[in-house]
Design a binder for this molecule. Structure first.
Ligand code: XBP
Ligand code: MG
Length: 258
């Protein structure tokens, strides 16, 4: 029925707008918990998102943004402890239902599952953050729909390196040309294309809308839905006025069969 076998999805910014009101607030809660006067504003966090990975982001902040900071001898241990605290706060926020899935995500995933399209995650965040986000999404079994969850420290190099998408493809035992990928950021685009996932949709968000997506096959302002057409920012949308399997299939065909 469709010309592709699997859908590989990013998490933060793609499945849900997790950064501004989720991860950022969790970092600030962890800083306060250990008595640090660090406060990542929405604007500063937008800058810090240039570094993927929470532990890597904390280290970058210490090295580049923080006035002279008396770093403890075991800086790695200090950062790991801070990140564990941050993750605990983030999981709490998810459990409070503070971070809903973006519009159209459940609809598209359900359509893919019903059509036999295999589902995989490729993300920089931790596996626990992924499973909890999905479990708190309202459709409690949505996490079971994913055959593969490639996440966080499973790979040595995080996005924009291609490692996490390559791991997802390896676990699926599929070639890149048999798949469609969905991302939200320039780092994610570089990671997906680095894994040769050319049939790539980008659904931008407030933090990423001004980034360079010229290499992506299709860029929209989201997945939309039958009652809410999407805005196409790059490429052409065929088959429907929102992102469904027909639209992804048309994109995949344009990339590989044109
Ligand atoms: C986005 C990231 C993650 C999150 C924070 O991941 O770079 O680091 O910002 O999560 P993606 P952690 O867009 O690839 O889903 O603190 O768990 O890293
Ligand atoms: Mg993302």
């Amino acid at each position: 029925m469709y010309g592709f076998d699997a859908l590989l999805l990013d998490v933060d910014g793609t499945l849900a707008d997790t950064e501004r009101d989720g991860h950022r607030c969790a970092f600030n809660a962890a800083f306060a918990e250990v008595g640090l006067d660090w406060d990542w504003s929405e604007a500063l966090y937008g800058e810090l998102l240039s570094v993927t990975g929470g532990k890597e982001r904390i280290r970058h902040y210490i090295e580049h943004w923080r006035p002279p900071f008396e770093a403890p001898d075991d800086l790695d241990g200090f950062i790991a402890d801070l990140h564990r605290r941050k993750t605990r706060h983030y999981l709490e926020f998810l459990g409070q239902g503070r971070i809903p899935l973006r519009e159209g995500v459940t609809r598209l995933l359900r359509q893919a599952r019903d059509a036999g399209i295999r589902l995989a995650i490729a993300t920089t965040t931790t596996p626990e953050n992924v499973s909890t986000l999905l479990a708190c999404s309202g459709d409690t079994d949505i996490g079971d729909w994913f055959e593969v969850i490639a996440a966080g420290d499973m790979v040595p190099a995080k996005k924009p390196a291609p490692d996490i998408f390559r791991l997802a493809l390896d676990k699926l035992q599929l070639p890149a040309h048999a798949c469609v990928a969905v991302e939200d950021s320039a780092h994610g685009v570089r990671s997906a294309l680095g894994a040769d996932l050319q049939a790539l949709l980008v659904t931008v968000n407030a933090y990423t809308q001004d980034q360079d997506f010229s290499a992506a096959a299709l860029v929209t302002d989201g997945l939309g839905g039958p009652a809410s057409p999407v805005k196409v920012l790059q490429g052409t949308l065929e088959g429907s006025d929102h992102i469904d399997l027909a639209a992804l299939d048309a994109m995949h065909r344009r990339v590989y069969l044109a």
